[in-house]
Write a protein that binds this ligand. Structure first.
Ligand SMILES: Nc1ncnc2c1ncn2[C@@H]1O[C@H](COP(=O)(O)OP(=O)(O)OP(=O)(O)O)[C@@H](O)[C@H]1O
Ligand SMILES: [Mg+2]
Length: 546
């Protein structure tokens, strides 16, 4: 380890030189209260900012062990610290210069608390992984500004955001305890026969289509469970709470247009994550493997067995190994379902707004007009019960447009004026009195899932090593751009880049042309569990912090 004065001297020496000379500052420096790791220096002022780590010993930082004593608490507290650092970075003066000069960045979350690599805490130290745009004028090094960052700004960040003394201790503890309670609910859900829970008083609607913050303007109706569906849960930290429990099985959400159906389903989709205090969805909790299913016409499909839903295509295509560069509405939705089943989901979430109609329903009149032999699709309505009864996979479906689903639902929830009502009995009566003449169309026999084996060739990077998320929706994987717009449960750009890193990691370690996709995914997740999330980074234990 070098003394910090050496950094000072190097900066002095390279001042005004060509940008490449910045490479000389790479190394580890002793700053007294903290250790500075300059891991990677960017190649020019426009390149992605340089990677540094700031490490503070637990003795210096003074954080209480109880805030990170379990895996869950650790995730929550690391999240809290990264937000705190982010907040303090915003208060620093802005430095001028070319390109990314003076940019200081730490990855932190939005409304969700996700496991990240931006802050690492254990019994010995806390470490923040930060990106810094090393300052330049043109392509000439500006050491004066670099000095300010290292010798003035970083000590400020350490003091304000990595020293417990300057923390709101109550808030930090609340953060951690809330997360612990959220995880607790998600863990016990299935054991108490539920797939989702929504606490009384939750605020589900969001500010706008592009903002994930809670709706505040106008009249916001808090969620209140119907009496018949209300359950009580005793939390480890926050006492008893009550709310609506959605049981395993097939649940229908009905109701008039604009009455809040999609808003409810969207909250459930996001319920696979834990939300921050004040979000309104703190206690909207869904089983962790819930998958939102939608039609996604235009998507690529690679050898998915969609035969439970689609058979006898007009061009004679094999639907047991269905591949296409351009799926249709129904085939894309079938592929999305079968992929979710293949990987082991226990809950499918569907919204009529984003489903292919002919995939969902086929009424009596249409059955008369178009012969079964000329209709490749077995609609979802004829499989949804089988999926639950034989495979144990529940479904929550928003369906305001067809009462045919009354026949297959275990529970029907009606949204009216943004309030839920249990109308299961009423729907049953109606289904009994008003018989539909539709015939069940499914072929006999179990639904089979054919596990796919992943081949290495298609995933190798061949010299184009770049893996990067452009935003949440686009992943650059070597020379390919993967569009993820319709993977609606991705919420964070860093998740998208992690997906890319996971593919790279899996290809290097586990893809062998024999293992199945599911096996490989499980092996990667076991490694993450064992070695921590940054095991998927090519720079394990260092960076990136996102
Ligand atoms: N509890 C609530 N309080 C206030 N506004 C709400 C609430 N729930 C939903 N909204 C708002 O009502 C509007 C319609 O909601 P949503 O899209 O969920 O309706 P929908 O029933 O799915 O309609 P459609 O049948 O047309 O698809 C949205 O702008 C949403 O933000
Ligand atoms: Mg809707």
């Amino acid at each position: 380890m070098k003394n910090k004065m050496e950094l000072y001297e190097t900066l002095n020496r390279i001042n005004n030189k060509g940008y490449k000379a910045y490479k000389d500052i790479e190394g580890v420096y002793d700053f007294g209260q903290f250790t500075l790791f300059i891991d990677h220096v960017q190649s020019d002022p426009f390149a992605p900012p340089s990677r540094v780590r700031v490490r503070v010993s637990m003795k210096e930082s003074g954080f209480e062990g109880k805030l990170f004593s379990t895996k869950e608490r650790k995730i929550a507290f690391e999240d809290y610290i990264s937000r705190k650092i982010y907040g303090e970075i915003l208060k620093l003066p802005k430095l001028k210069g070319t390109g990314n000069s003076g940019v200081i960045f730490i990855d932190c979350g939005g409304q969700e608390i996700l496991e990240r690599t931006s802050v690492k805490i254990d019994n010995d130290f806390v470490e923040a992984r930060i990106s810094i745009g090393l300052p330049a004028f043109g392509r000439k090094i500006n050491s004066k500004s670099a000095e300010r960052i290292f010798f003035e700004f970083l000590p400020i960040l350490v003091k304000r955001a990595l020293t417990y003394e300057n923390y709101d201790k109550k808030e930090a503890e609340k953060w951690v305890k809330l997360y612990e309670d959220q995880e607790y609910i998600r863990k016990i859900l299935l054991d108490i026969g539920l797939i989702a829970f929504i606490k009384d008083g939750s605020i589900l609607p969001r500010e706008s289509g592009i903002s994930d913050k809670p709706l505040k303007k106008g009249k916001v109706i808090p969620f209140i469970s119907p009496e018949s569906l209300r359950v009580e849960i005793e939390l480890p930290n926050n006492g008893k709470i009550t709310g609506m429990g959605i049981k395993k099985g097939v649940t229908l959400i009905v109701g008039g247009g604009y009455h809040g159906k999609t808003t409810l389903l969207k909250a459930l989709e996001r319920g696979v994550y834990n939300h921050i205090p004040g979000d309104g969805r703190e206690f909207v909790i869904t089983v962790k493997d819930a998958v939102k299913i939608r039609a996604e016409d235009g998507r690529r499909v690679e050898k998915v067995d969609i035969s439970p839903f689609i058979a006898n295509l007009p061009d004679g295509q094999d639907t047991k190994r269905f591949s296409t560069e351009n799926a249709s509405g129904s085939t894309s939705q079938a592929a999305n379902i079968m992929e979710a089943v293949e990987i082991g989901t226990s809950l499918l979430l569907l919204d009529e707004d984003t489903c292919a109609t002919n995939f969902m329903i086929r009424d009596a009149r249409m059955q008369k007009l178009v012969a079964k032999e000329k209709e490749p699709i077995t609609p979802f309505i004829d499989r949804v019960r089988q999926i639950y009864e034989e495979m144990g996979i529940s479904t929550i479906l928003v369906m305001g447009g067809s009462g045919d689903y009354f026949d297959v639902a275990d529970c029907v929830i009606k949204m009216q004026d943004y309030r839920p009502y249990d109308v299961t009995e009423e729907a049953r009566k109606i289904a009994f009195q008003l018989k539909t003449d539709r015939r069940v169309e499914r072929a006999e026999g179990p639904i089979t899932v054919t596990p796919r084996v992943i081949m290495k060739e298609g995933l190798e990077l061949r010299g184009k090593e770049k893996i990067k998320s452009r935003d949440v929706d686009t992943l650059q994987y070597g020379g390919e751009f993967i569009e993820l717009d319709y993977v609606e449960q991705l919420v964070d750009r860093s998740q998208t880049s992690a997906v890319g890193e996971i593919i790279r990691y899996a290809v290097k370690k586990y893809v062998d042309g024999k293992r199945t996709l599911k096996e490989i995914v499980e092996m990667v997740f076991e490694d993450i569990e064992k070695y921590g999330l940054d095991i998927i980074s090519p720079f394990y234990g260092k960076h990136p912090g996102n």
